[in-house]
Design a protein around this ligand. Structure first.
Ligand SMILES: *Cc1c(COP(=O)(O)O)cnc(C)c1O
Length: 374
């Protein structure tokens, strides 16, 4: 790849020698998948690191979403957000349920809890919110509504790795939460993911479901799927877990530099919570993305023009999330997908650009990016 290109992200990679020595152990053991020892160790270490009780590893971040809906026997309608990665809604569709879109809170990009009740129908069985860019949803309010109407809550927490409020992991909210360990995320196992549940019995059910529904050698308890993480990626994941904190510290420093340089630029803005994360000891944030908003009139250039200008200079931003999920042809006819129902989400999708954000960005890189924007 052209060394001059600044990509929007760069994967956290383990030390190759250390990885090689773990691979040697796998070669010695000759056990390469199906709940091997690195798989077990990674489940335990991730649960400890994240501050959750029960975690089940998956081969990516989409299958835990599908499996959560299966395990909770969700049917009918699921209330969700259009401002996310398309996998959120796909998981609902793959479970033969109908997504119902509600608008987002302009201050956070997360589902606006005050819009949920109006979207509830007799067919509603669940709510699937997303902790957008790792910022926790209003989990308390969402739970109150879910309890009032007897709904399940499944959080797509793909962005919320390691995020804690007052020392408590946001991954404990709701009935279940999912993570993605894709190469582009803060913490990666190349491809990978996890499902976080509340009790040992549910974890056993999830472990069965991700292994074709096998409960033991001869009993299949449900139409399961195959989503078992192998030993190589588990070993890779163990090594990355040791360095994810320093990667997040590096990201925080990049975020601060961006923020300080851009906060007074006319027509450029960030979520108001960003500044608070820098000094708020009660929120452990992960700086998984660097979303910036462009007000074309004030800035003198549209978001797309800035995106193109950056690309021309070999700086790759990402219009994330754009287009909204509700704009894809499959979902355009769904309830709540109409533009008039989603003014905040549309405004965000039309003005957002995620700046390059990863642990390897140098001061020189950041300055090169800033020169294009200021
Ligand atoms: C990355 C992502 C997913 C999908 O994860 P994969 O590991 O790529 O399958 C789902 N939801 C959100 C919000 C994501 O960002």
């Amino acid at each position: 790849m052209d060394k001059n290109i600044i990509t929007v992200t760069s994967p956290l990679l383990p030390d190759l020698d250390e990885f090689h020595s773990l691979l040697q152990q796998i070669w010695d053991n000759k056990w390469i998948t199906n709940n091997g020892s690195f798989h077990k160790q990674l489940e335990q270490e991730l649960a400890d690191y994240l501050g959750v009780s029960y975690l089940s590893l998956f081969t990516n971040g989409t299958l835990p979403l599908l499996t959560a809906l299966q395990a909770l026997r969700i049917t009918g309608e699921v209330i969700t957000t259009p401002y996310s990665f398309v996998a959120t809604t796909h998981s609902i569709w793959w479970n033969s349920c109908k997504p119902v879109f509600v608008d987002v809170d302009p201050a956070t990009g997360n589902m606006d809890p005050e819009k949920i009740e109006a979207a509830i129908s007799p067919k509603t069985t669940a709510i699937m919110p997303v902790h957008v860019y790792g910022k926790p949803c209003d989990t308390k309010r969402i739970q109150e509504i879910a309890d009032t109407y007897g709904l399940k809550v499944i959080y797509d927490a793909a962005h919320a790795f390691g995020v804690k409020e007052n020392g408590v992991s946001v991954l404990n909210a709701g009935d279940m939460s999912t993570l993605s360990f894709h190469a582009t995320k803060v913490y990666n196992t190349i491809e990978g993911g996890a499902l976080i549940v509340k009790d040992a019995e549910t974890k056993k059910r999830i472990d069965d479901l991700k292994n074709f529904g096998f409960h033991n050698e001869t009993t299949v308890v449900a139409p399961g799927i195959n989503s078992k993480m192998d030993e190589m990626r588990s070993a890779y994941g163990l090594l990355n877990l040791k360095q994810v904190d320093s990667a997040i510290t590096a990201r925080k420093s990049v975020a601060k530099t961006y923020y300080e340089a851009l906060k007074d630029v006319k027509g450029i803005s960030f979520y108001p919570y960003l500044k608070e994360t820098f000094n708020n000891d009660n929120l452990h944030y992960n700086y998984s993305y660097m979303p910036m908003f462009v007000n074309a009139e004030e800035y003198g250039m549209t978001r797309d023009e800035l995106y193109a200008k950056m690309k021309e200079a070999k700086v790759l931003g990402r219009r994330y999330f754009y287009p909204l999920i509700s704009e894809f042809s499959t979902y355009k006819g769904c309830q709540g997908a109409d533009r008039s129902n989603l003014p905040n989400a549309h405004k965000m999708a039309d003005s957002v650009i995620c700046l390059p954000m990863h642990h390897l960005l140098s001061d020189a890189d950041v300055n090169r990016i800033l020169d294009l924007i200021v």
